[in-house]
Design a protein around this ligand. Structure first.
Ligand SMILES: *Cc1c(COP(=O)(O)O)cnc(C)c1O
Length: 224
């Protein structure tokens, strides 16, 4: 399928999910996840109207970035090793995987201006998933208050590959509730307006539960 047709179908589903609870589809940023595909396919996504791209590994990110640079906004969505921060920090528009103090320290040290970050939360409690436990998020934000370049714009989670839609919905609800709790704290460095949640198999549920950023790979550009 060409990317334009896939994107039209995704937008259609977003429209329906938004209609269920009176949301405006313009509130939702579609991040095209291009980790599986070539530069040519990525260019096709840009031509189809995708303006935000996501990569989860440094090598893949740098390859795409080198070719496409200012044709898109770049989201780093994968686990980020501290020693690689210096390679991405000036190139990305947002990091979706802030999950530990040592990483926050390194970002703060290497940045020359505020960096938009999503705190990754392991809502499902699966051991294989990265991210802070939900109860550790507020303490983490307390501990990053004095880092002047850390700007927490939202929370991010990866839901399990579950078939059980109600289970997925509950995970997204929990993240949305946690986001509200954080917002109520009115941390200066963490306005935390956004929710980065939902991938190819569950973005419609995520949108129903308040996602502002969905990260869609296989259903948008394919997976090979
Ligand atoms: C790969 C990946 C995605 C996209 O996955 P699809 O199921 O192909 O849409 C989203 N978020 C993260 C963090 C990923 O690594």
């Amino acid at each position: 399928m060409d990317v334009a047709a896939n994107l039209a179908a995704i937008k259609d589903n977003i429209g329906q999910a938004c209609a269920k609870n009176g949301r405006n589809p313009d509130e939702i940023t579609i991040i095209g996840v291009t980790k599986y595909v070539t530069i040519e396919r990525t260019e096709e996504a840009i031509e189809a109207g995708i303006t935000n791209l996501g990569e989860n590994r440094l090598e893949g990110f740098l390859e795409k970035y080198t070719h496409l640079e200012d044709k898109a906004k770049w989201h780093f969505i994968g686990t980020l090793q501290s020693r690689k921060v210096k390679d991405v920090i000036d190139k990305v528009d947002a990091i979706h995987s802030l999950d530990r103090l040592s990483l926050a320290k390194e970002i703060n040290k290497r940045a020359t201006k505020a960096v938009d970050c999503f705190v990754q939360v392991n809502v499902s409690g699966e051991e294989s998933k990265h991210g802070l436990n939900p109860e550790d998020v507020i303490p983490f934000l307390e501990n990053t208050k004095e880092f002047k370049y850390i700007h927490v714009v939202g929370l991010m989670t990866m839901a399990p590959h579950a078939e059980d839609k109600e289970k997925l919905r509950q995970i997204f609800k929990n993240l949305a509730n946690l986001r509200d709790t954080v917002k109520d704290k009115q941390f200066k460095h963490a306005p935390c307006h956004f929710l980065s949640m939902g991938m190819s198999n569950d973005y419609d549920i995520a949108v129903e539960e308040g996602a502002t950023h969905i990260r869609v790979g296989s259903k948008l550009v394919g997976s090979q």
